[in-house]
Design a binder for this molecule. Structure first.
Ligand code: NAI
Length: 382
């Protein structure tokens, strides 16, 4: 018990101290859609990087579970990755593989990452993907509800359109009566690529002189005008830019995905940069669940209300009153092992007048439509 007291004391004092008592001996990360462009690159990054997070002398095993409907590619991916000399165990699963399929892929998962579904072709918006991907994601949500412990698992959704699909997953879980386990706090849409782009593009125009990449928060949603990069947070770096330059920079973050769709000329959208952005987020969650940190702050697209329309955590109500009562928004939030714990909405109080009066109103208008499409979607009618 003295260890417990010491441990709790440490937790309160220092966020970075190991969370020793609750360290699991196994951590399972499942990737649904692992055979795709993002899935393969992300699997490689996780297979080569995640073991660095295991503390010395810890008996923890990290397991990567790869799932896709494309059996041929998933088997090849597994064989290839299994020759890599890192202590991360692997398994490959496909629909109807005779070995438990998606159930075996999902059971006992701690983190589920979902890049399953169709990517954009030139001329398509993310919303054009909605019907086909909403169906795929609804079916995957059903499998998660059947196979996973919803009182602990984290669901990280990459598939587009993120703005509408996170509401689809939420609704689907409600229809399974599984939402009461607090899963809304552990359902996050991954918008980190927007932050990665904002940082990269700003650094190209105005390199910081400390050798580090600038941090630019990006809030709102993950599609065109719903993406609101908060460059005012880097006032020094943008001080040399005139208004057209700054507007161009903002637009490049909002429509950066189109540059890749166009360059790939019909062969898909961002895969490598997306895998990098997702790897950063999965690393945060792995660190958290291994007990290396007790919490972290990151920006993800999250539900603000639970299934009974109650605020999911501290800060939900305040944020909703600032964003026209929208139920989903990408915003900085503190995450603990039980999920999103506190929404740090203060960023909205520090926007400059252009961000506040021009970018946010357009974001809210479009995001509302995207959210409604998601909430109204019914897979049985497709
Ligand atoms: P891809 O076509 O290369 O891969 C998709 C994979 O999903 C394929 O292997 C396919 O077999 C698999 N799949 C389809 N239905 C499935 C099901 N029911 N269960 C399991 N797997 C299934 O596409 P890519 O480039 O990897 O993109 C995946 C998704 O990620 C797209 O929707 C894309 O728009 C989105 N995306 C999201 C970004 C973000 O910032 N959140 C950035 C870039 C892409």
């Amino acid at each position: 018990s003295s260890l417990l007291v010491l441990h709790l004391g440490r937790n309160n004092i220092n966020n970075q101290m190991p969370h020793l008592l609750s360290s699991p001996s196994n951590l399972k990360v499942a990737i649904l859609g692992a055979a795709g462009g993002i899935g393969q690159s992300l699997s490689l990054l996780l297979k080569t990087q995640l073991h660095y997070l295991i503390q010395a002398n810890s008996p923890t095993n990290i397991h990567l579970s790869l799932y896709d409907i494309n059996k041929e590619v998933i088997d090849g991916l597994y064989a290839d990755l299994s020759h890599i000399d890192t202590p991360i165990s692997l398994s490959a699963h496909a629909a109807n593989d005779g070995k438990g399929g998606i159930h075996a892929a999902l059971v006992d998962s701690d983190i589920i990452v979902i890049p399953a579904g169709m990517p954009r072709k030139p001329g398509m918006t993310r919303d054009d993907l909605f019907n086909i991907n909403a169906k795929i994601i609804s079916q995957l949500t059903d499998s998660i509800a059947e196979s996973c412990d919803l009182s602990k698992v984290f669901i990280l959704l990459i598939s587009n359109p993120v703005n509408s699909l996170v509401p689809v997953v939420c609704n689907r879980l409600i229809s399974h009566h599984k939402i009461d386990k607090g899963i809304e706090k552990r359902l996050l849409g991954i918008t980190n690529l927007d932050l990665v782009r904002a940082s990269t593009f700003l650094n190209e125009l105005s390199p910081s002189n400390n050798g580090r990449m600038p941090y630019v928060p990006v809030i709102g949603g993950h599609s065109g005008d719903t993406i609101v990069p908060v460059f005012s947070s880097q006032s020094q770096l943008i001080s040399t830019m005139d208004e057209p330059q700054l507007k161009h920079l903002i637009s490049r973050v909002q429509y950066g995905g189109d540059e890749i769709v166009k360059a790939k000329n019909g062969k898909g959208s961002a895969t490598l940069s997306m895998a990098h952005a997702a790897c950063k987020i999965v690393t945060n969650f792995t660190n958290l669940l291994l007990g290396n940190v007790n919490s972290f702050e990151s920006i993800n697209y999250i539900p603000l209300l639970d299934h009974q329309n109650q605020p999911i955590c501290k800060g939900s109500n305040e944020l909703m009153s600032m964003i026209d009562n929208l139920q989903f928004f990408a915003i900085p939030a503190t995450v603990t092992s039980s999920g999103v714990n506190e929404i740090n909405y203060d960023i909205l109080n520090h926007l400059n007048s252009y961000e506040k009066n021009e970018l946010i109103p357009i974001c809210l208008m479009k995001l509302k439509k995207n959210i409604n499409s998601g909430l109204e979607f019914n897979v049985e009618e497709v």
